[in-house]
Design a protein around this ligand. Structure first.
Ligand code: KIV
Length: 263
């Protein structure tokens, strides 16, 4: 995937879209060597990299720093960066300054959580020639209002609200929408009603694509994971095992060996 136009094309062709997060140059380099379509510098980095309990501590400065690192190593893959907590809620000038930081750090598009009350901001970003990806359902920046990281849109009123929000984002010119933690049949309905592609995370199999946090799919977090997550490798075990073998080699005087020494 080379440009934002590919998102619409892939939906039209019925080809699924794969996206993963990356927060640094070395992991971006590995994603760049894979067939994965696009990379998201998600504000989940506040949790995954910086150890916070929520994404709320992510700042524009932090997002720009990580976006710049990732952008050095993506080899032409499409790069989206998250607008962090409150950056769309302080009016257009503040939002545009945040967008400017992310785009000048290498992002080709920005992701915005929610829509109600910041339609003008989304419209202005799109009107400024910067592609916007929406994000509905479980929007982690609203975790305190949602009462935790929980599935959204389970009752009729909430589902109807989500459907309205999805249409609003399409009308505002978003090129794609992430649907996070919503029932699969609701995600399927939104996907079939919209022209733009939906990207699911915990939203079932009928969205036009999927996004996962890289460290989650690599299984590097030994803690229990949510139901929607598939670990493609037991990274925690593989990497801890490598550390223990290194430790044993050092303590057993087997590392370094003669071939690992300079003459
Ligand atoms: O911040 C993030 O990583 C995200 C994805 C999980 C969609 O928003």
């Amino acid at each position: 995937m080379k440009s934002v136009l590919d998102f619409a094309r892939f939906k039209a062709e019925g080809r699924k879209i794969s996206i993963v997060t990356a927060y640094d140059a070395w992991s971006a380099r590995l994603v760049a060597r894979s067939q994965v379509d696009a990379i998201l510098v998600g504000d989940s980095l506040a949790m995954v990299v910086h150890g916070h309990a929520t994404t709320l501590p992510a700042t524009v400065h932090l997002m720009a720093l990580h976006t710049r690192a990732v952008a050095t190593s993506i080899d032409g893959k499409f790069l989206i960066a998250d607008l962090p907590f409150l950056s769309c809620r302080k009016g257009i000038p503040t939002a545009m300054s945040a967008v400017g930081s992310l785009v000048s750090s290498g992002a080709q598009a920005v992701k915005v959580e929610g829509v109600d009350g910041h339609e003008d901001v989304i419209c202005h970003i799109v009107g400024s020639g910067i592609p916007v990806m929406g994000h509905l359902g479980l929007t982690p920046q609203s975790v305190n209002q949602l009462g935790g990281f929980r599935v959204q849109g389970r009752n009729d009123a909430d589902a109807a609200h989500l459907i309205r929000q999805a249409h609003a984002l399409q009308d505002l010119g978003c090129f794609s929408i992430v649907l996070e933690c919503v029932p699969a049949d609701l995600a399927a309905r939104i996907t079939s009603e919209l022209q733009l592609p939906t990207i699911g995370i915990g939203a079932g199999a009928d969205t036009n694509g999927q996004v996962l946090v890289l460290q989650d799919l690599w299984g590097v977090d030994p803690n229990p994971s949510p139901r929607f997550l598939r670990r493609y490798v037991d990274g925690a075990r593989v990497l801890t095992d490598a550390l223990d073998r290194y430790d044993a080699d050092v303590k057993g005087a087997r590392f370094p060996g003669p071939e690992e020494c300079y003459e």
